[in-house]
Design a binder for this molecule. Structure first.
Ligand SMILES: *[C@@H]1O[C@H](CO)[C@@H](O)[C@H](O)[C@H]1NC(C)=O
Ligand SMILES: *[C@@H]1O[C@H](CO)[C@@H](O)[C@H](O)[C@H]1NC(C)=O
Ligand SMILES: *[C@@H]1O[C@H](CO)[C@@H](O)[C@H](O)[C@H]1NC(C)=O
Ligand SMILES: CC(=O)N[C@H]1CO[C@H](CO)[C@@H](O)[C@@H]1O
Length: 681
């Protein structure tokens, strides 16, 4: 149901007066995109619809009007509709001029409380308005409910280059002929109460928990806006994809057949699909709420590791030439919507991300998280990702450990997600990701009975850990890195690898660094990056000097990264520091939503004064890592379990195909997938 392009508007009318009234509510809509450079793109057709034939037992049915047109050559039909009950009248207007004063429409509503069929047949030819009106008598002391719906049916879409046409997910049930508007309205108006009931089941355990601060309840659910408003796309699998995407494995294909293909942008301003170094943080939302979409996405990235795109690109910051996508690398992103995502990956050309140290390691950690928590340690998945994990570790040892001491070094460029903050030599950020990745490789090897390999990873981890401790530990925190201008800086994200591995498995994390030092470093981050910054009311600044001043050596050192702040908060919660965790995150949430007017557009970065960067950003979905920590480390009720055990919804209607498909889809139940994947292999 979450793929359906529809929404409802429910009005409750209560007559508090001594008089009986007739009440009308009108819903208007206009065609077009609002683009001022309009150039007669298409003629718009309207069609009135009526589902009287399928009236329910109470005699209610849906009536409305469709507005059929094209946006950038793609068919798009809007439908607006209303429930008509026996005591209510629904009237429909299929033509008024939305850019005029609206006088004719208003006059007839005012005089009769109802609409006429047409008002401005020869409008100005640019825009066309349609309207639906529900009216009913509401006697003194009585109540009445009026329900209206909107659907936007745009079944087939293409990206900027227009190459490949994609079918959106809901076409699985509603077809792709752009005639689904009326049915979508009907479905929404019938099912919305059940949808609301299920949303309540999902949210109530959080909302009613007195141990949780009020702002957090708001933040957790409101930050999810990006899941749907992040340029999000969810497509139905198309067998033709395999012709041009040779890298797709049978494992991924089977998952995509079932669950479709999902993409979301890094940011409204940074238009790249599924930017992986950022998704690493944000993925906690998908992992908890749409686990099979996360599973399919991770599987797609596995297929990308050995994919090569030889086309040479000159990268902006270093000026070097390199292939668009190198072998044995996790891609930075799956493409730019202005081109053709999936067919043209790595749209990011600031740096050659084939040299980035974090992407490959983040992929390994995410495989482990998904293996343990989404797939319930299913060996089929493990075998599917294992070759990539092995190759990526070997590549890192061959190319990034120059002194062969087991620990990787950064190059002196900004070769990781902090793409303007240079790291030189061993760094806390990438070093901790490396330690965690080695521990994961060791566990995976053990699981697969690869005893020698497991021993090799364990031995490498031992050496790498000793280097990390020796070069970076500075009594109360791990230094930023060895040699850069920020080397002494206290980085908020210094223990990123530990945080993530700890979220998966506490015992594994404790293998990579001593717990007492980790706790001490976290306290230092809290005291310096959170409390000593902006009065402790803006989250964690990325870099703080040991003397309590903000690191201004690089532009990103003096930023607060909202998504990193939530991750640090999650880390504090994992370590049992709930109060500090909530205090850390509340600063950044309250700054965005209450002080700066940036609600539902949470930026990547906040500055102490005056500025912010990149609104509508993916990373802050990492607030779901806080919820993850509360559930997995602190015994709070698991809302994914609640969803899983809730009776599964079956779409209305008797369509056999709908029933079977939807039931399979809504089963977040791992056994189904495991069986399917096993079949494939
Ligand atoms: C809106 O509808 C009118 C009337 O058919 C049409 O002339 C106009 O091109 C349409 N506008 C867009 C943007 O489709
Ligand atoms: C901490 O870092 C400073 C600056 O690099 C250095 O002078 C000092 O010796 C370090 N302390 C420890 C205990 O490593
Ligand atoms: C803090 O340390 C930085 C360098 O690490 C230095 O530039 C700055 O002047 C110092 N500030 C204070 C107030 O001591
Ligand atoms: C539900 C409600 O508030 N009903 C009110 C409607 O108006 C009558 C007459 O004023 C009141 O008596 C009711 O309380």
């Amino acid at each position: 149901a979450s793929s359906l392009p529809t929404t409802v508007f429910v009005w409750e009318i209560k007559n508090d007066s001594e008089n009986d009234y007739d009440v009308s509510i009108t819903f208007t809509f206009r065609n077009g995109t609002g683009d001022p450079r309009w150039k007669r793109e298409s003629v718009c057709q309207t069609a009135v619809f009526d589902n009287a034939a399928t009236a329910g037992p109470d005699g209610a049915f849906v009536q409305g009007v469709c507005l059929e047109h094209k946006i950038a050559r793609m068919k798009c039909t809007y439908a607006i509709g209303a429930v008509k009950r026996p005591n209510q009248a629904v009237t429909i207007c299929r033509n008024f001029r939305p850019c005029g004063s609206g006088r004719k429409l208003w006059d007839s509503l005012f005089a009769k409380g109802q609409l006429e069929g047409e008002y401005d047949v020869d409008g100005d030819g640019r825009e066309l308005g349609v309207a639906v009106c529900v009216s009913a008598p509401v006697p003194s002391g009585k109540r009445e409910t009026m329900e209206l719906a909107l659907a936007w049916d745009m079944p087939k879409v293409a990206f900027g280059q227009g190459g490949r046409v994609y079918k959106r997910r809901y076409t699985r049930w509603y077809g792709d002929d752009c005639k689904a508007g009326p049915e979508l309205c009907r479905r929404a108006l019938i099912d919305y109460r059940d949808w609301e009931r299920r949303i309540d089941i999902w949210q109530t355990p959080v909302l009613n928990d007195e141990r949780l601060p009020a702002w957090y309840k708001s933040a957790l659910f409101n930050e999810l806006y990006f899941m749907t408003d992040g340029g999000s796309i969810w497509f139905e699998f198309d067998e033709d994809w395999t012709k041009l995407e040779k890298q797709l494995s049978p494992y991924s294909i089977e998952l995509m057949r079932r669950y479709g293909r999902f993409g979301y942008l890094e940011s409204w301003e940074y238009r790249m699909v599924n930017t992986y170094d950022v998704h690493f943080y944000a993925s906690f939302a998908l992992a908890q709420l749409w686990p099979q979409l996360e599973h399919a996405l991770q599987s797609e990235f596995t297929d990308q590791v050995e994919h090569l795109d030889e086309k040479s690109v000159r990268y902006h910051m270093e000026g070097d030439w390199a292939p668009t996508k190198s072998r044995t690398r996790v891609p930075h992103d799956l493409g730019n919507p202005a081109d053709d995502p999936w067919l043209m990956t790595n749209a990011y050309v600031m740096h050659d991300t084939g040299k980035w140290k974090d992407l490959n390691l983040k992929f390994i950690l995410t495989c482990y998280r998904d293996y343990v928590h989404i797939l319930n340690r299913d060996e089929t998945f493990l075998r599917a990702v294992w070759p990539a994990v092995e190759d990526l570790i070997r590549e890192a040892l061959d190319h990034w450990d120059h002194d062969k001491d087991g620990m990787i070094e950064n190059s002196g460029a900004a070769d990781q997600t902090y793409d303007a903050w240079k790291m030189t030599g061993v760094s806390a950020y990438c070093g901790s990701l490396w330690l965690a990745a080695l521990q994961v490789a060791r566990r995976m090897a053990e699981q697969l009975g690869e005893v020698e390999k497991a021993a090799f990873y364990a031995e490498t981890l031992g050496r790498a850990r000793a280097v990390y401790e020796k070069k970076l530990w500075n009594k109360t925190y791990y230094k930023f890195d060895e040699h850069s201008r920020s080397r002494d800086t206290i980085m908020a994200d210094q223990l990123c690898g530990y945080w993530f591995l700890d979220s998966v498995c506490v015992e594994d994390a404790q293998q990579i660094l001593p717990l007492d030092r980790v706790k001490q470093a976290l306290n230092t981050i809290y005291d310096y990056n959170v409390c000593k910054f902006a009065g402790g009311r803006m989250g964690a600044v990325n870099g703080m000097k040991p003397n309590g001043t903000v690191d201004r050596a690089c532009i990103q050192a003096d930023e607060v990264w909202t998504g990193v702040t939530y991750a640090v908060a999650a880390f504090l919660i994992q370590q049992g520091e709930l109060e500090k965790g909530f205090r850390t995150a509340s600063g950044c949430y309250e700054a965005c939503f209450e002080r700066f007017g940036l609600q539902y557009q949470t930026p990547e970065a906040l500055y102490e004064h005056r500025f912010y960067r990149a609104i509508g950003y993916m990373r802050p979905l990492s607030i779901w890592a806080m919820q993850w920590a509360l559930e997995k480390h602190c015994g709070f009720p698991s809302i994914s379990d609640i969803l899983l055990h809730e009776k599964r919804i079956v779409p209305d209607g008797s369509d056999e195909d709908v029933l079977t498909d939807a039931t399979a889809d809504l089963a977040a139940d791992t056994t189904t997938t495991t069986a399917a994947a096993a079949e494939v292999l």
